[in-house]
Design a protein around this ligand. Sequence first.
Ligand code: PHE
Length: 341
Amino acid sequence: MTEWLNAMNDPFAELQNYQQAALAAIQNADSEATIEAVRIEFLGQKKGRLKNLQALFGKLDKEQKPLFGKQFNEIKTLVSQRLEEKQAALSSPVTALEAIDITLPGVAVSPGKRHPLTQTIEEFKDIVGRFGFSVVEGPEIEDEWHNFNALNIPESHPARDPLENFYLAAAEVSSGGPVLLRSQTSTVQIRIMEQTEPPIRIVSVGRVYRPDTIDATHSCMFHQMEGLMIDTNVTMAQLKTVLSMFARAYLGDGVEVRFRPSFFPFTEPSVEVDMLWDGNWLEIGGAGMVDPAVLEAVGYDPEQVTGFAFGLGIERFCMKRHEINDIRRFYENDIRFLRQF
Ligand code: PHE
């Protein structure tokens, strides 16, 4: 407190205070009007802070006067000079065009890219679109009817084990029946057939969920593309043709497709589909002729219509094409990984 009072009474400290305040005010002035107000406050001839400082002169001891006078003049000159510079700058502002140095080198800004899986999905849709399949959507939270019953998966089937599925306990209470995150996109087949009369030719792409142990080739969430074709005389030969054409369109003419006998409750006969690529057989999904029990479940007459269905793993294709060795890369979203695609 006393130090501050002393400073107030010390004429040399007053000089310093004046200089600091004046220079700060000049720097902050942002218009011709404000710089004029600063000029009047700090350099005004009749009154103002400079006059107050001059008045201190009379209170000084004789021997202090020369030093005070010298400092006073220096500070006045400095403040006047800065003020004039600022006045000049504010009265002739540079135009936006002058402010840009067009000779400076440009900096490229990356516009960003779509996720590699999104790119793969877009390409898949494009290919099957050329075969006449239209794209439909289905919900990721499903009831047991669409995920199991209608797909001919009975109550006792191990695929319904709660340990093999993500059942949603809270949602069950509010909806009145068990619901789960869909474990396959085959659910969409049922939803479409329930709403549509044949003929049908659709694909549906989306996420599916299984509580698998996560490793380089397994994730508890991944993507499938489901295909369904229903008409009066759909055959296994057509299924094979469509999948072979799809494989060639995505991977090139040299690719070979192999069908291995398998079992799915909703197709009969059922096959597993492999592709020969770079000398290795790669399992890409399941397929088969739609089981008559499924056609009946959605109200179709199995005597009138037949159909095929397939389910392909999207990550598999993308990993193979880009030599990605770990499925977890897709979901970590490390920008260094994503930038490569
Ligand atoms: N839904 C099966 C799976 O997820 C794949 C499949 C789809 C099989 C359609 C046959 C017909 O493994």
